[in-house]
Design a binder for this molecule. Structure first.
Ligand SMILES: [Zn+2]
Length: 280
């Protein structure tokens, strides 16, 4: 039994090509916030990341979080929220049972309050890195605490990558967490962009899909090992870990060319998979 996977986006912010790909010319590019809507006969309805939401604008009206909105101008309309994307597929957000959070940057969690019945899953390291941070300390990690629902922690399941009941070893990606113990959905560690960031490999009707979150921003990062500008080190949890995670994705890409790799923010990838979602 395979997953049905809908890949779409929740709006975008703008960035600069010279930061995303070191040495390239200065040019404004769109940084889409891609999400995965996942359906499975037995495991139900899930999300991989939640993306933008009007709550992002509400939460960034005042200092210090207004600085976030100033650094990354966001373009988002109500029909693009994860909840409304689900509705357009014939679902209700209340049906979502599980949400995997790759990491806690605001563009990955802004719509979290729309899913009252979901359990959330992230790595222990990702949650530890943000849970008690407020104000500037949170902002420095791209985290806006008010985006999370008040009962978030009660609904949170933390992944331990040393839990022998769930861990499988992949020769390239290392320890992977087999969420349902049936090999259909595997979570791997891709830290560096943010502490404890996780990716997800999924067996779908159309073959394997690998969500790599922000382990690469655009396909050139992992296909050619073309690194971002060193200036982005300022925003990363560990440049060394980022490079190691990117290398793993690069090696995986070369060994499994049929796998569809999804960097969260790559417009070209989104254009290949779901061109209709992109409004010019
Ligand atoms: Zn991020």
């Amino acid at each position: 039994m395979n997953w049905k996977c809908h890949i779409t986006h929740t709006g975008y912010c703008t960035s600069n090509r010279s930061e995303v790909l070191h040495g390239e010319k200065r040019e404004t590019i769109r940084f889409y916030a891609t999400i995965g809507i996942l359906e499975h006969e037995k495991h139900g309805l899930m999300l991989f990341d939640i993306g933008y939401h009007n709550n992002f604008f509400e939460s960034t009206r005042q200092l210090p979080f207004s600085l976030y909105a100033n650094i990354t101008p966001v373009f988002h309309s109500a029909h693009q929220t994860a909840a409304n994307r689900l509705r357009s597929l014939g679902f209700e957000p209340e049906q979502v049972k599980l949400i995997i959070i790759s990491h806690f940057h605001a563009d990955h969690i802004a719509g979290a309050a729309d899913f009252p019945n979901a359990r959330f899953i992230c790595s222990q390291e990702a949650w530890d890195s943000v849970k008690s941070r407020r104000g500037f300390s949170a902002l420095r990690r791209g985290f806006i605490p008010s985006l999370l629902p008040v009962d978030f922690e009660n609904r949170l399941q933390l992944l331990a990558f040393d839990d022998s009941k769930h861990i499988k070893l992949n020769t390239i990606l290392g320890s992977e967490y087999d969420l349902f113990n049936d090999g259909s959905l595997l979570l791997c560690q891709l830290p560096g962009h943010a502490a404890g960031q996780i990716g997800m490999r999924l067996q779908t009707e159309d073959g394997e899909v690998f969500f790599i979150a922000d382990a690469a921003w655009v396909k050139e990062n992992y296909q050619e090992m073309h690194l971002p500008s060193p200036i982005v080190k300022l925003f990363f949890s560990s440049w060394r870990e980022f490079r190691a995670s990117l290398k793993k994705v690069n090696v995986y890409y070369n060994s499994q060319p049929k796998t569809q790799i999804i960097p969260c923010h790559c417009m070209e990838t989104l254009l290949e998979i779901n061109p209709d979602s992109i409004e010019i």
